[in-house]
Design a binder for this molecule. Sequence first.
Ligand SMILES: Nc1ncnc2c1ncn2[C@@H]1O[C@H](COP(=O)(O)OP(=O)(O)O)[C@@H](O)[C@H]1O
Ligand SMILES: [Mg+2]
Length: 291
Amino acid sequence: MSLNEGDGQFVERDTVVRFNDVSFYFSDLPDDGGGEIEAAGAVNQVFTQLNLELPAGMLSVVGENGIGKSTLLMLAGARLIPTEGHVTVLGRDTRDFASAHERAELEEERNRLVSVIYQNMEFETDESIGTLLEAVAEMGNFGGSSDTFLAELRSALELDTVLDKRMQELSKGQLQRSIIAFSLLYGSQMVIMDEPVFALEQPQKERAFEYLLDYSRRSGTSIYYSAHDLDLTQKYSDKMLLLQKNDRPLIGKTSEIYTRDNLEHAFQAPLDTLYRRDYLYREMLMHTLKR
Ligand SMILES: Nc1ncnc2c1ncn2[C@@H]1O[C@H](COP(=O)(O)OP(=O)(O)O)[C@@H](O)[C@H]1O
Ligand SMILES: [Mg+2]
């Protein structure tokens, strides 16, 4: 598939994540509790021989509920390994990280390459957010400028009022804002965010995403994300990947992909019903978040 804005030429240096003939099935094996899902028997086939070249920049992943946004992001983040085929992240085959969950060094190497915010994240710790932020700043990739960056994140993500609190004491929105700060402060080469702001109020979502877009552009860090809020995915992305119900994915500049025709074709539904679904989906997400 050609990527670069319609001229049919694929520009190698722009590709950050590549899917080569990727098939992915969820197995019916019960989750082993390790947090990672194993790909085994052909039970729920999410992708079949998918080929994609995903560009640098701020990329939103859009498509109807259940189509595979989270699965695709976890494959791109080396948290799921393809059943068949290969995913490479900045040239690195994610199969190299298949045993990351049992080898701390490998896990750290993977996390330096790509960090991931899961849709529902839970932590068990008694430390305050302020202490945790400082710890992440220390282990992160910003050396002497980590203090300045931490101050910037505290302000941009409105964290000053939560520094003395523990995870368990945070609202859903405060938790999500803290998690975004952790992920940027760690300084991985790229960052993946699956529904990172659904619990935030609208103006806060906008402010958080304004910051993320600006950060991605000036630092050159690619951020791939999904958000059920269609307006948000349009406003705050340079590129868009649109997963289609009965067709192969579309990818390109957001301004070219995000059209009424494309959306209605991808979702197989009229646009105005899609906006109503946005609202219902947020309600569902809020409900499933355990706090
Ligand atoms: N852990 C899992 N086990 C089995 N099937 C799953 C699992 N997670 C997701 N699926 C299925 O995979 C498909 C894609 O899901 P997902 O990637 O979560 O979609 P989206 O993020 O677009 O809503 C859906 O049919 C979903 O039911
Ligand atoms: Mg999802």
